[in-house]
Design a protein around this ligand. Structure first.
Ligand code: FES
Ligand SMILES: [Fe+2]
Length: 409
């Protein structure tokens, strides 16, 4: 059982909450691409406006003009910042008013402003106290030997439900195996997935987070997935390097009951085809059936279905955690311990301040491995099933154009 006050501590991410204070020690992707349209951003319960000045500088500032409160989503980018549409007051990227066209002098006024940084085609924000830690240079973001693609999906549920799933190996058998088969059967599609049972699972806490390891029925203990596994980069990123593509899946807390699932794929070309220098950006909203259920059409969507189907904020005080929840219990313990570290003014798990550690990149992908774990788990037919279900036609598909493998955990 989880005490109601602990459940509350885990679930609230707004400014001033214990979990909110912990989560503000990390950087989050909030947008992608060179073109911005002063789009409103909501992150950790705060409403903000992201813009790019005429000089190319990025700004992330409070949502309303200090003069008479017009939304800065209507702002006009200038060489020196963002100009309010109403009477022209202009804000620089530090949130300072640098122009008041009708006034005899510019008053010394500031609105909220946060740090923003670009890496790998993504725009990251940091909402915490100074000095800010370094933006982690995970290998997928930095490497130049892969084509990049990012997909955004807004989920009407708490970020923690999305992250607990990363620490839950057993769901793969049921959600991606049995439920997947049932979903297909109901639609008249031949059932092919034969999931293997989990025999053992272990979790190792390391420098950047938790590595999850699994041993499946019939496997020897020298498989990559049992010896090394793959990480949850604390507190919210699934790192999944497979043999031909790397995935960083950021589960970004919008507020207590909404999450932005940002899936970043780095795909290695199979036959030295030229790389696409642009990061392709897609928005992939959930789809629902006639009864309002999320359609779990593929592995990534089945995960998202499970996050959302627990409700906007699951009531953990009513849970019955069992043997399969060993990883989830460990995650909760680490989150609570790191809340206390922040309260003692220490850096929490995974925070990076040493440039030598961060440069040129932090390697998550250990390189080619004999077979991906998902192929081992589901059998060689699995990839073809995913292509059929999703239209995914990655580089190693028999024919077709490109689109990445869905997120897995
Ligand atoms: S409300 Fe923004 S300049 Fe007047
Ligand atoms: Fe999953």
């Amino acid at each position: 059982m989880i005490a109601p006050e602990v459940a509350q501590r885990l679930a609230s991410v707004g400014p001033g909450t214990p979990m909110g204070n912990l989560l503000r020690r990390y950087w989050y992707p909030i947008a992608a691409g060179p073109e911005l349209n002063q789009d409103p951003v909501r992150l950790l319960g705060e409403d903000l406006i992201l813009f790019r000045s005429g000089k190319g500088e990025l700004g992330l500032i409070g949502p309303r003009c200090a003069h008479r409160g017009l939304s800065l989503a209507y702002g006009i980018p200038q060489e020196n910042g963002l100009r309010c549409a109403f009477h022209g007051w202009t804000y620089d990227t530090a949130g300072q008013v640098v122009g008041m066209p009708f006034e005899p002098a510019c008053l010394p006024l500031y609105i909220t402003a946060y740090r923003v940084q670009e890496l790998g085609g993504l725009i990251f924000a940091y909402l915490g106290p100074e000095p800010a830690p370094l933006l982690p240079r995970w290998d997928s973001l930095v490497r130049t030997d892969a084509t990049k693609r990012v997909e955004f999906t807004t989920l009407p549920c708490s970020w923690l439900q999305c992250v607990e799933n990363i620490m839950d190996p057993v769901h793969v058998e049921h959600l991606h195996g049995h439920y997947n088969n049932y979903f297909r059967q109901r639609r008249g599609i031949e059932t092919k997935v034969l999931p293997k049972r989990h025999v053992k699972m272990e979790f190792d806490v390391k420098r950047y987070g938790i590595y999850k390891r699994r041993l499946l029925e019939g496997q020897s203990e020298d498989t990559y997935e049992w010896q090394v596994g793959h990480p949850l980069l604390f507190p919210n990123i699934l790192g999944l390097p497979t043999e031909d593509r790397m995935l960083l899946d950021y589960r970004v807390p919008i507020d207590d009951s909404h999450t932005n699932d940002v899936s970043y794929f780095a795909i290695r070309p199979e036959n030295w085809e030229p790389l696409d220098p642009l990061v392709r950006v897609d928005y992939d909203p959930l789809t629902y059936d006639e009864s309002g259920r999320v359609e779990g059409r593929d592995v990534g969507r089945q995960d998202e279905m499970a996050f959302v189907a627990q409700g906007p904020i699951t009531d953990r005080s009513r849970w019955h955690p069992a043997t399969s929840d060993k990883g989830v219990v460990l995650l909760h313990r680490l989150l609570l311990e790191n809340i206390e570290r922040v309260e003692r003014r220490e850096d929490p798990l995974g925070v990076i301040r040493d440039p030598e550690e961060n440069e040129p990149m932090i390697q998550i992908d250990p390189g080619p491995k004999p077979g991906g774990w998902m192929a081992t788990f589901m059998g060689g037919q699995f990839k073809r099933d995913v292509w059929e279900l999703t239209g995914w036609t990655g580089a190693d598909q028999p024919s077709g154009a490109s689109s990445p493998q869905p997120a897995m955990s």
